[in-house]
Design a protein around this ligand. Structure first.
Ligand code: PGA
Length: 220
């Protein structure tokens, strides 16, 4: 049975109080699946809080960051580096289309970030919207998230067939798990995870609601 990855990307959402509420609600569900890996990627400010909640509740959730500095520790105002992230998380999202679009992230920077993640033994979850981007990462050990631009935050997901075709093409050039992201919900999750080349999903908006996220996990 393939391992299904479910990566919740909280983006720039939630305060500490809202996170505690989310966690309380989520832990009501007794979700334990040996073939499903659940990763939450909150903003940096919530990593410490979530790490404590996970330890206290012996929760199966793993943590990821949403970004990483391309530099090591030092005089880089505003950046959070790999060594700091590793204290809380095992994964890091890199090259999300929102970072490419709103923060001007180039392929050069993305590659530097992947290398930093590897230095600190963080698994990079690198987002791509086409094959050309994926070609830049063939020499790294990582997870690829295929996220077509039209599907992100639009309520208009890609078709499972097309997403599977893209995942298959990506796997022809990179030996990596490929997950799908873009308007994933509990209603459509299974249609993606049942596809042979798709190894999981990356819900954004739907991961913010604990009930909906639990339902995604259940149905995946
Ligand atoms: P969405 O976001 O599920 O809200 O479309 C997915 C993503 O951007 O990672």
């Amino acid at each position: 049975m393939k391992k299904i990855l479910i990566v919740g990307n909280w983006k720039s959402n939630k305060t500490e109080i809202e996170t505690n509420e989310w966690f309380q609600r989520f832990t009501i569900y007794d979700l334990r699946f040996t073939n499903k890996e659940i990763i939450i990627c909150p903003p940096f400010t919530l990593l410490s809080n979530l790490k404590s909640s996970i330890l206290n509740h012996k929760s199966f959730i793993k943590l990821g960051a949403q970004d990483i500095s391309p530099f090591d520790e030092g005089a880089y105002t505003g950046e959070v580096n790999g060594k700091q992230i590793k204290e809380f998380a095992d994964y890091v999202i890199i090259g999300h289309s929102e970072r490419r679009r709103y923060f001007g992230e180039s392929e050069d920077i993305i590659v530097k970030k992947i290398e930093m993640a590897q230095k600190y033994e963080l698994t990079p979850i690198v987002c791509v919207s086409d094959i050309k981007q994926a070609e830049n990462y063939t020499r790294y050990t990582l997870i690829i998230a295929y996220e077509p631009l039209f599907a992100i935050g639009s309520g208009n997901p890609d078709t499972p067939e097309n997403a599977n075709e893209m995942a298959k093409k990506i796997k022809e050039i990179i030996d990596a798990p490929v997950i799908y992201g873009g308007s994933v919900t509990s209603q459509n999750v299974k249609s993606f995870t049942q596809m042979p080349s798709i190894d999981g999903v990356l819900p954004g908006k739907a991961s913010l609601d604990a009930n909906e996220f639990a339902s995604i996990i259940e149905k995946a």
